[in-house]
Design a protein around this ligand. Structure first.
Ligand SMILES: Nc1nc2c(ncn2[C@@H]2O[C@H](COP(=O)(O)OP(=O)(O)OP(=O)(O)O)[C@@H](O)[C@H]2O)c(=O)[nH]1
Ligand SMILES: [Mg+2]
Length: 510
């Protein structure tokens, strides 16, 4: 992390409060470029412009829509930002999406920012400024008018002060990850994707993977705010020209990453701050530029939750998620992913203790053997706290776990497991073995990975058949049938005539 590296600033605020007009006054760029935006006088898509501050520093500015129907787009834009510019109209004051956007920023951990109370040519800003101070205590509030330019110098000076305290992600370790927010073609050059680079660097010539589909591509060109560069660093808004991928093969919500760096996950253990969430409530989870419906499972009374998703997200430990209620739509809050490779489990004390330690930045206790990838029980057994620990898996169970893993998506049948009933029961109780369908069993990790592959197939093609799944996974027709029945039963997919499947809630690519 570094204090002088690139930073991204995101607008926020209620519809029609003057965000885009203020961005134009500050940068000279009209970020509402779509004909539909012009016709309706409304921001629909994310807009981008460089913003030069009095200190000489240039920020990447993301302009978001304020309309309540586009909160999903707002979250996708806010997800990579380092600081905010909350815009409140002097005549309207703090309104529902002023509050909701503040909630989203809080969930994403975006703490630094400035409030601009604008349209001071039509109303006295005092009341709106007081309400904004209450909503976002400690942030500077500056009165401005985008029409006359009054207050703009004071605003940019306040932004300079606000971002001076923010660490850039420029040094963020790890492989490159760019959450795609736009895809288009440029004549003669092919597919271009844009997004904020969350970590790592990308350079011309690098080979990257497009998760979750697994397509690989070569970076032909790198641009930051329309300027070509050899290499872009984390924290920058980046446009990548990709060779080897057609425009239809990549969409918003995909992630450009180092090959093999990301694993799609449908179960996330998280520390969340949520407003009046109901246990097992169905919610929409936002991560990066992607969303997935899922259910909340409370793991503790102090903010530990498991998110059980109907579609995979591409999260890493430490990433932020936003959780929204589906109906009526509202932001409930959000928080941090503690374990992006979690298995489905309940309030088991050993797991909850480990998550709490991770959340609090303490050394976590060693994992339970049943969940350990090495299947090595000794270390955990010696670690004490035996009375709170679930029963250890014996050697037969650990050997069976390995057989299940080795079988992969071929699965094992009850007949093949006839002599190991007790071990199978223990593995199922420990969440290691899963009954996929009928009499077929698989390793929980294999089942999760296979589910992700089928979902990725459906996201790419919209619809799939039994034969296509069989071929894509290289398994028997019976195995493919079992997985599809499993996904139907867990409402990930929906069955159509002729054994065709679609996603239960077909994702819309906005
Ligand atoms: N009088 C006055 N009108 C303004 C000012 N700033 C913006 N407006 C007007 O307010 C309306 C909304 O402005 P926008 O900038 O599109 O608002 P927005 O917050 O970007 O709206 P969404 O992106 O749809 O949420 C437009 O008609 C602007 O001309 C200002 O400082 N003074
Ligand atoms: Mg706008």
């Amino acid at each position: 992390m570094t204090r002088s590296g690139p930073l991204t600033l995101g607008t926020a605020g209620h519809v029609d409060h003057g965000k885009t007009t203020l961005v134009a006054a500050l940068t000279g760029v009209d970020t509402d470029r779509l004909p539909e935006e012009k016709a309706r006088g409304l921001t629909i898509a994310l807009g981008y412009a460089p913003l030069r501050l009095p200190s000489g520093r240039t920020l990447s500015l993301v302009d978001v829509p304020g309309h309540e129907r586009f909160v999903r787009t707002m979250v996708a834009g806010a997800t990579g930002v380092d600081a905010f510019l909350m815009v409140v109209a002097a005549d309207d004051g703090v309104m529902p999406q002023t509050r909701e956007h503040a909630e989203v920023l809080r969930a994403l951990g975006v703490a630094a920012g400035v409030v601009a109370v604008t349209k001071t040519d039509v109303a006295d800003p005092a009341a709106a400024a007081d309400a904004a101070r209450e909503l976002l205590p400690g942030r500077e509030v500056v009165a401005v008018c985008a029409r006359t330019g009054a207050g703009l110098d004071a605003l940019t000076a306040a932004l300079d002060r606000a971002v001076a305290t923010v660490d850039s992600r420029a040094g963020a370790a790890g492989p490159p990850r760019l959450h795609v927010d736009r895809v288009f073609t440029v004549a003669g050059r092919g597919t271009v994707v844009t997004g904020t680079l969350w970590s790592g660097t990308v350079a011309v010539g690098d080979v990257v993977e497009l998760a979750p589909h697994g397509t690989t591509a070569r970076i032909r060109g790198v641009e930051v705010h329309d300027r070509p560069l050899e290499r872009a660093r984390a924290g920058q808004r980046v446009a990548l020209n990709l060779a080897g991928v057609r425009v239809g093969e990549v969409g918003r919500g995909d992630v450009v990453a180092a090959p093999g760096a990301l694993r799609p996950a449908t179960v996330l253990d998280c520390a969340l701050a949520l407003r009046d969430a109901r246990p097992s409530e169905r919610v929409q989870v936002h991560h990066g530029t992607r969303t997935a419906p899922g259910r909340l499972a409370r793991l503790s009374d102090d903010g530990l939750w498991q998110l059980r998703l109907e579609r995979p997200l591409l999260a890493c430990d430490g990433d932020r998620v936003v959780v929204r209620r589906l109906s009526p739509p509202d932001t409930l809050g959000g928080g941090v992913v503690l374990d992006a490779a979690a298995g489905r489990h309940g309030r088991r004390p050993a797991i909850v203790d480990r998550l709490r330690a991770l959340r609090d930045g303490r050394e976590p206790p060693p994992p339970r053997p049943a969940l350990g990838r090495d299947g090595e029980p000794a270390g955990a057994a010696a670690a004490g706290g035996a009375e709170r620990r679930p029963p250890l898996l014996d050697a037969t169970a650990l050997a069976l776990a390995e057989r299940l893993r080795a079988a992969g998506p071929q699965l094992l049948s009850e007949a093949q497991l006839a002599d190991e009933r007790a071990a199978l029961r223990a593995l199922r109780e420990a969440g290691v073995a899963v009954r996929v369908s009928g009499r077929l069993y698989g390793h929980a990790e294999v089942v999760a990975a296979t589910r992700s592959r089928i979902v990725a197939l459906l996201e790419r093609d919209g619809e799939t058949t039994l034969a296509a799944v069989r071929d894509a996974l290289g398994i028997s027709r019976k195995g493919a049938q079992a997985f599809l029945e499993h996904l139907d039963a867990t409402r990930v997919t929906r069955r159509l005539p002729d054994d065709r499947r679609v996603l239960f809630r077909a994702r819309s690519r906005t």
